[in-house]
Design a protein around this ligand. Sequence first.
Ligand SMILES: Cc1ncc(COP(=O)(O)O)c(C=O)c1O
Length: 391
Amino acid sequence: MSRFDEEIDRFGTHSVKWDMMEDIYGVPASDGLSMWVADMDFRPPACVQSALERMTGHGVYGYFGDDAAYKASIQWWMAERHGWHIRPEWIFSTHGLVNGTGLCIDAFTKPGDGVVLFTPVYHAFARTIKAAGREVVECPLALRDGRYEMDFDAYDSQMTGNERMVILCSPHNPGGRVWSRAELKGVAEFAKRHDLILVSDEIHHDLVMPGHSHIPMPLVDDGIKERLVMMTATTKTFNIAGSHLGNVIIADDDLRARFAARMGALGISPNSFGLFMATAAYSPEGAAWVDELVTYLDGNRRAFDAAVNAIPGLASMPMESTYLAWVDFAGTGMTRDEFTSRVEKDAHIAANHGTTFGTGGETFLRFNFATPRARVIEAGERLAKAFADLQ
Ligand SMILES: Cc1ncc(COP(=O)(O)O)c(C=O)c1O
């Protein structure tokens, strides 16, 4: 029995994943399985909980001062876990990475500029770009042998000169790809060729399946530094998304000054709960917990993929990272309404709709399997029943 097998009731805790499931997906709270938004049904490591308990035990919640230990913990984590050596003054703390994305758009582009996305991709990127009055430029990923690849010749011919920024999701949500060194080099060259700021969102960098290794963008191309913004966080890794804290890391002095100006203009500074939690998480104890977590997630991945891929017409994309399975229903020949209705109304499972991830997502649903294994197995059984006529 693993610590991650414990079934924790999250109803009534203002959990968007569970408490909003019925409102958003029509999946009944009485027996629904919530497999949508990307948070996990697990408690974070004890070191994070203890840090909060020390705070609440003291009971005075004033302004935070002296972030040296906090920044040192980020430095330690990036060096120890990713072989990436950073300096404390490169680090900004935003209210999460959607906020970080919005700040980058604000700092480095102007209204009407194009921002390139490799789609399908994490939906908040397009939402933020559009809300800021910039143009989303979709560069579709190519589906080759059931997994995503990039096609830079096609992307080059799409560029008009109005583009100012490209946002990369590395590893990739929703396709689960851990991009290879050659692919990352390709993105860096693409950014240079078209004079784009490259924002590399590496929030999923710690959740990489055995046999794969993530390469941080700065280790791929030295010359990319002057146009690179890195984004990482404790929130996905340790399941503390409610702390809303993100690391935006910028090595280049000029880019950093422009970003700092926007942070200052908007009065952004992090909340002390997030800082205490992150400092505790980025530690040897946190690292041991992540290793255990990844092994458990890998087991869930195998269980989920085996069940789904046994259903004719369904194909789960081979997962190299994240806990988000990207399942293609194209082989069923069903309309989007039909396969979605079978998942929601027959199987009582809430999964993200592929259309929200942009072009290429139309025939997909995304299932979050960061939940106790028994629920993953139950989900597989429910799907097999809902599509039993195909067997
Ligand atoms: C690629 C990516 N970036 C950012 C986020 C969310 O970031 P935050 O909660 O820090 O705003 C997610 C959440 O799923 C994500 O997948």
